[in-house]
Design a protein around this ligand. Structure first.
Ligand SMILES: C[S@@+](CC[C@H](N)C(=O)[O-])C[C@H]1O[C@@H](n2cnc3c(N)ncnc32)[C@H](O)[C@@H]1O
Length: 304
C-alpha cells in the first residue's frame, strides 16, 4: 500500500507558487537548486503528501504525488516522445490493464514505456525493444526515476530479434516504418490482439493502414487526439490562447486471420470503397473490350 508520507526514493512532484513543477526522487543528504532557492531532500522525506514545504529562499511549495502525466513530462528526452494525451488513447486502444503483457518497439526515451508500465502494474509486464544503445541507456535512467522499472523488461536490439516466453496481449509500435515489422508482431502476440502505431505523418498512416489490411486486420481505426485547455477562471472561462496543434496519429487494429478475404473485417466504409473500385474496374474493362470489338455494347440490338 502507498505510504501517507514521502519515503526516500519515491518520485515526488514539487509544485511551486509560480506553477513550476519539478520531479524529484528524494535521497538523504541531497539538495535541489531551483529559482525559489534550495530544497533539501531531507525536508521532503517524511513529509505528508499534499502538504506545504518551504525552500531556503523563503518561497513555499507543495509536495504532491506525481500523476502519470508528471512522470512522462519530466523525463529526459533523447528522441521524439509520445505525449500524455496520445498515451491515454493508446492505452485505451491496446486494452491493457494490470496483468497484461504488452510488447513495445522502440523504447526511445522510455516515455511511453512509463505509461504502459503504469497501466500493467502490479501484475503485468512491458517488454520493450530498442535498437540504439544510447537510447536504451537513457530509457533505463528515465524508468528508474519513475519507480516503474520493475514492470519493464527492456531489451537492447531489434524487434525482429525479440523472443517472448509467452505471447503478448497487445503491441505498440513507435518507430518510423512500423509496417515492416507487422509479420513479426503477429508471431509475438495472441491472435486477435491489438497492434497500435503512433505516426506523425499522414503518408505513414496510409502505408500502415495498407499493410494492416494485407496482414489481416479487424476493427481498424485511425485517430487523432486534440486537447483544448481552458483558463480555469470561473467568471471568465475561456480556452487558453495556444494549444498543441499536432503530435501524431494513432492507428490501431486487431490482428486476425482473414483467410482469403483480407477486407472481410474492415469498416463498412472501406468495403464500400473496395466494391466501388471493383465496379469501376469492371466498367473500364467492358469499355476496353467494346472498343476492341470483343463485345457488343449493352442495351443496343443489332440492326436487322
Ligand atoms: C520515436 S522513438 C520512440 C519514443 C518512445 N515511444 C517514447 O515515448 O519515448 C523511436 C525509437 O524506435 C527505435 N527503433 C526503430 N526501429 C526499431 C526496431 N526495429 N527495433 C527496435 N527499436 C527500433 C529507434 O531507435 C528510436 O529510438
Amino acid at each position: 500500500m502507498a505510504s501517507d508520507l514521502v519515503r526516500a526514493g519515491d518520485p515526488t512532484l514539487v509544485f511551486t507558487e509560480h506553477e513550476k513543477r519539478f520531479l524529484l526522487v528524494p535521497q538523504p543528504g541531497r539538495r535541489f537548486h531551483c529559482h525559489i532557492g534550495i530544497i533539501e531532500h531531507n525536508d521532503l522525506i517524511g513529509k505528508a503528501w499534499g502538504t506545504e514545504g518551504m525552500a531556503h529562499g523563503g518561497e513555499s511549495y507543495l509536495v504532491l504525488r506525481p500523476a502519470l502525466e508528471d512522470l512522462m513530462l519530466h523525463l529526459k528526452r533523447a528522441t521524439q516522445v509520445i505525449y500524455p494525451k496520445d498515451a491515454a488513447l493508446l492505452v485505451q486502444r491496446l486494452g491493457i490493464r494490470s496483468g497484461s503483457v504488452v510488447l513495445e518497439a522502440g523504447t526511445g526515451s522510455g516515455v511511453m514505456t512509463t505509461a504502459l508500465a503504469w497501466a500493467v502494474a502490479p501484475h503485468g509486464r512491458v517488454v520493450t525493444c530498442e535498437q540504439n544503445e544510447a537510447m536504451y541507456q537513457q530509457a533505463q535512467r528515465n524508468l528508474e526515476r519513475t519507480g516503474l522499472v520493475r514492470w519493464v523488461d527492456a531489451r537492447l536490439g531489434y524487434l525482429a530479434e525479440c523472443v517472448l516466453d509467452q505471447p503478448a496481449d497487445a503491441a505498440l509500435l513507435d518507430m518510423r516504418e512500423p509496417w515492416r515489422v507487422l509479420g513479426i508482431v503477429r508471431s509475438l502476440v495472441q491472435p486477435g490482439s491489438v497492434v497500435a502505431a503512433f505516426l506523425p505523418t499522414t503518408n505513414q498512416v496510409s502505408q500502415q493502414v495498407r499493410s494492416l489490411e494485407e496482414t489481416g486486420c479487424a476493427d481498424l481505426k485511425v485517430e487523432e487526439v486534440l486537447v483544448r485547455r481552458y483558463k480555469p477562471v470561473p467568471d471568465r472561462l475561456r480556452p487558453e490562447d495556444q494549444m498543441t496543434a499536432h503530435t501524431g496519429y494513432v492507428v490501431s487494429g486487431r490482428l486476425v486471420d482473414t483467410g482469403h478475404e483480407p477486407l472481410r473485417w474492415l469498416s463498412r466504409e472501406r468495403r464500400r470503397y473496395a466494391s466501388r473500385q471493383e465496379a469501376t474496374l469492371r466498367y473500364r474493362q467492358r469499355k476496353a473490350e467494346q472498343a476492341s470489338g470483343e463485345v457488343r455494347p449493352r442495351g443496343r440490338r443489332p440492326l436487322p
